[in-house]
Ligand binder design. Structure first.
Ligand SMILES: [Fe+2]
Length: 177
């Protein structure tokens, strides 16, 4: 699997993509399982990531989920993004300071987007393993993971996309892999 495999998909060239353009790209990719189906592999110990494409304006990932695997609350720094569900079910939560998170469930065929302004948490839902496609533009170079410090203050931990997002312990002491 390589960038060449995805090069046949229509998308704007030579510039970053908007949120709507990312969702449209993923909807087309979701309809082309021959481009990613052989990379689907689940592991109960952690989410499985495969990079499908990376260039100056776009990164695309396949992620496999099971057993309530969970990113914790995070942002995507300066990147916009989109997620398409192609198997199983996924839950997205948005942090609300004075109430329970706003929650949405997504099933195969459904896509949603997020902007640099958004903080969200994505987790596996339901019994069956899930498979999602993710696109980020500009390419995801940094993220922020949120946690509650011992004094109750909300804090942000800058992260590299090479680190695995997961719910952070109090004080953020066990963040990352
Ligand atoms: Fe995210």
């Amino acid at each position: 699997m390589s960038a060449r495999s995805l090069s046949s998909l229509a998308r704007p060239r030579g510039r970053d993509l908007s949120g709507e353009e990312l969702e449209a790209f993923l909807a087309e990719l979701a309809d082309r399982p021959e481009l990613w189906i052989d990379l689907v592999a689940h592991d109960a110990s952690q989410r499985q990531y495969e990079e499908l494409l990376s260039d100056a304006h776009l990164t695309v990932w396949l992620i496999c989920w099971m057993d309530d695997q969970d990113t914790g609350f995070h942002d995507h720094d300066t990147s916009s993004g989109a997620l398409a569900v192609v198997g199983g079910r996924i839950r997205e939560q948005r942090l609300v300071l004075d109430g329970p998170p706003v929650e949405r469930l997504f099933a195969p065929g459904e896509t949603f987007g997020f902007s640099p302004a958004d903080i969200h948490r994505v987790s596996h839902a339901g019994e069956d393993p899930a498979v999602t496609l993710h696109a980020y533009s500009p390419p995801l170079l940094r993220m922020g993971a949120y946690y509650i410090a011992p004094d109750g203050v909300l804090a942000r931990r800058p992260m590299s996309p090479a680190e695995e997002l997961r719910p952070l312990a109090l004080a953020g002491s066990s963040a990352g892999r």
